[in-house]
Design a protein around this ligand. Structure first.
Ligand SMILES: [Zn+2]
Ligand SMILES: [Zn+2]
Length: 419
């Protein structure tokens, strides 16, 4: 084949790079072209095995053998000579097929960390922290970065869970099995909390593409409780099980039967009222409102309450049920729109004080057409406990939020931490 012949001859006349000083290495790297968030497949052969990233143009190519896309790419393009293995982050020079000693170069080491963030257990308690991205030198806060692409509900729920400290630490420090859902979630969470990102955002592209192949249906789920339960059921089949259970699982007693049942989240039903039909031009004030304390009392803490808490976890996940379960023609528009009024610290039955840490809200986009349903628009509000500031993640946008205004949106899923 002509290509191979050319490759061989070019190889033999090429003058090998004798020593790799920092200046030479930089000639082979164009940071602006690199993006490790993409699905790691060869752009020529589509294989996910043995894929390298050309550090000059960012292309993902299979290689390093003499007929491989990677090898040919190096032969046919000058300066496209340095490649990082996307699995073990080792760097090679092609077509010489020589491993580069990265221990002597800070830029290559930074690139390795951008691909595979590393975490040390004694530094996690300082998280979140101020970080600088490698490409633009911009500041970002790890754990509070924007999400590019089209984030789905499950992505936001993963981020919410990844802000529960013991769950986060487990995902950052433990090796998870590759090629599994939990492995994919782990990779995503490690990038979310990375202090060494290429750019100050993360993309769910890799694990979304994993879901597309393995659990297609769950990508389109629009009910946070279904998505949450599905995710928990996946995670408790992994080494994360014990951490999750000790952080988030509690027990309630069904008063009528004295039966004790474990729970992963507390579901609060919102009152249905005939006033849920409105004319256009309504204001927030027109919506029915209820206090969180009233909801808790009705379900757990009064003589007529059907349940009582037996044990409350360190991290309490609360779900507000806005869907009756009936199949409605317009499930989004016909949801229960009651506003929940909650303080940022709340007393749960039995003198347990909790502080709000995370709040998944739905900023529904109303349809202008009566024949089509409204559209869910999920946003995630998270507390940075280091500066007591609330932030809202809305896709790629991260905005600081006034804590007094948090309850003005429809809340669906919250994480409370015992104080
Ligand atoms: Zn990116
Ligand atoms: Zn290239």
């Amino acid at each position: 084949m002509p290509a191979v012949k050319r490759a061989a001859s070019t190889n033999s006349v090429d003058v090998p790079v004798k020593r790799l000083d920092a200046g030479t290495i930089r000639k082979y790297i164009d940071l602006r072209k690199l993006d490790f968030d993409q699905v790691k497949r060869c752009s020529v052969k589509c294989t996910p095995l043995e894929v390298y990233c050309c550090l000059q143009c960012g292309k993902f190519l299979q290689g390093r053998g003499a007929r491989s896309p990677c090898f040919l790419h190096a032969v046919n393009n000058s300066r496209h000579s340095m490649f990082m293995n996307l699995r073990d982050a080792k760097v090679y020079e092609l077509p010489l097929n020589r491993e580069v000693d990265t221990a002597r170069d800070t830029l290559l080491q930074r690139l390795q960390l951008a691909l595979q963030p590393q975490f040390e257990s004694d530094r996690l308690q300082a998280f979140p922290q101020n970080c600088t991205d490698l490409v633009a030198g911009k500041q970002y806060t790890n754990g509070f970065v924007g999400i590019t692409g089209k984030p789905q509900l499950v992505n936001y729920i993963v981020i919410l869970l990844a802000h529960i400290t013991p769950v986060r630490d487990n995902l950052l420090l433990c090796k998870q099995q590759e090629g599994t859902l939990v492995g994919q979630v782990t990779q995503f969470v490690q990038r979310l909390w990375s202090t060494t990102l290429l750019r100050g955002h993360v993309s769910p592209e890799e694990w979304v593409s994993y879901l597309q192949v393995h659990s297609r249906d769950w990508l389109d789920v629009t009910d946070p409780k279904l998505a949450f339960n599905w995710l928990i059921n996946q995670l408790i089949k992994s080494p994360l099980q014990d951490t999750l259970a000790s952080a988030c699982r509690g027990e309630i007693e069904v008063k009528q039967t004295s039966r004790v049942v474990p729970f992963w989240n507390v579901t609060l039903d919102l009152p249905t009222s005939s006033a849920t039909i409105f004319k256009d031009g309504r204001e927030v004030n027109d919506l029915p409102q209820i206090q969180l304390s009233t909801l808790l009392q009705n379900k757990f803490d009064s003589d007529t309450a059907p349940y009582m808490f037996r044990s409350l976890p360190e991290h309490l996940i609360v779900y507000y049920n806005r869907h009756s379960g009936a199949r409605l023609p317009f499930p989004v528009r016909d949801r229960n729109q009651t506003m929940v009024d909650f303080p940022l610290t709340v007393e749960f039955p039995g003198n347990h004080r909790y502080r709000l840490q995370g709040n998944l809200i739905n900023d529904v986009v109303r349809s202008s057409d009566i024949a089509t349903d409204d559209t869910n628009h999920w946003k995630l509000q998270l507390l940075n406990t280091n500066n007591d500031q609330w932030y809202e993640i809305d896709g790629p946008l991260v905005t600081a939020r006034e804590q007094e205004l948090l309850f003005l949106k429809e809340t669906y899923l919250q994480v409370w931490r015992r104080v």
